[in-house]
Design a protein around this ligand. Sequence first.
Ligand SMILES: C[S@@+](CC[C@H](N)C(=O)[O-])C[C@H]1O[C@@H](n2cnc3c(N)ncnc32)[C@H](O)[C@@H]1O
Length: 396
Amino acid sequence: MSRDLMHSDEVKALVRAAYRHVPPTTAAVAHKIYSSDELAMLPDSAVNRALGVANHLRYADIRPGETILDLGCGGGIDTILAAQRTGPTGKVIALDFLPEMLDRTADAVREAGLTNVELVEGEMEAIPCPDASVDLIISNGVINLSARKARVMAECARVLRPGGRLCVSDLTVDQDHLPPEIATQPAAWAGCVAGALAEDGFLHKLERAGFEDAEVVERAPFSIDDCALYPLFSDEVIRLMRALIPVDRHARVAVTVVVKAHLRDVGEIRSESGAVRSEAAASTCQSGVTRNVRRLQDIAPGPADIPGVEVRHLTQVEDPQLKIIDVQPGNSTPFHTHPHAHEAVIISGVGTLQLQEREEALTPGDVLFVNPDEPHAIISRGSEALRFVCLDCYVG
Ligand SMILES: C[S@@+](CC[C@H](N)C(=O)[O-])C[C@H]1O[C@@H](n2cnc3c(N)ncnc32)[C@H](O)[C@@H]1O
């Protein structure tokens, strides 16, 4: 089983289970990452629960008064350092999906004597904060834990103000170097290794989400001994790593990176009502809000009726002709016709519209149009499924 085949719900459940009861035994992690001056500013409760992988705060250029979002705050170590730097005129929104972690951050924040931290329960894949409401996003060893990293980055782009910054620490891995026996271990995912991206994949996803100038400003090797500092890795997984990874790679099973980027400033974005996006974001983040955006499979279940082609009827939409179709890479719909004019909007992937005597390229945002009774097929040619919303057609 590769990481791509794991369902995101399973990943989320295993990460929750792993972090819910993680013991406060990781002071060694804090001493590895933070300077003695930084450690002196922190309560022991936060130091003992450090679970990050690097020190991005050194590069974050935090200014007084800024609103900072800490994705996956854990025991609160970076939240506290960031809150001290932004000062009483700014604030840190500490986001975590585990109430247990938020309780730990709350205790540490109280011990640090801070009043500018807002605790928010929620998922980084659906950040419960308004659009364009944050100046800086920080995160330490968290993005790799998501099975939906592109979605996390899109959410980061949504909640940042135009021109806002992202400065995060994470692990990167060459997945080809990870033996499958390790890549498939839940403990290796929870330990930030099995779910990690390659460095260029991380930067590429950020750029696709609307960030620019994404760069790695610090890199350091992450060894098996480093893994053993985190209680997420069981002794069994550490033993497997030592046995299965070639000895010359034991000192570098992954690489910690500090990544910086800023959100492209597209100027004022006006909604249909004419309101400026940042004005619409006047309210604050809310724990446990119900989101308006959901996963496709939750609202549009549907079995494939053609190999390589998946048709999803939108069960909550009355028009039975409105459906979403995924054509898997290298597959095609049959050559077919409709008795009516047919229109579809390409959402993702790349491919071609094959007509009788010519073909036309399809990329996201294209709207294809086919005349009544005109034979055509839709072919997926990229590395991901070609997904389109079919406004009035059937397949097969
Ligand atoms: C590796 S720990 C890092 C904690 C903290 N950033 C630090 O440096 O010590 C990961 C944290 O992210 C949280 N987390 C994992 N997946 C999450 C998600 N999808 N949404 C929100 N929080 C998540 C976990 O509960 C945990 O507290």
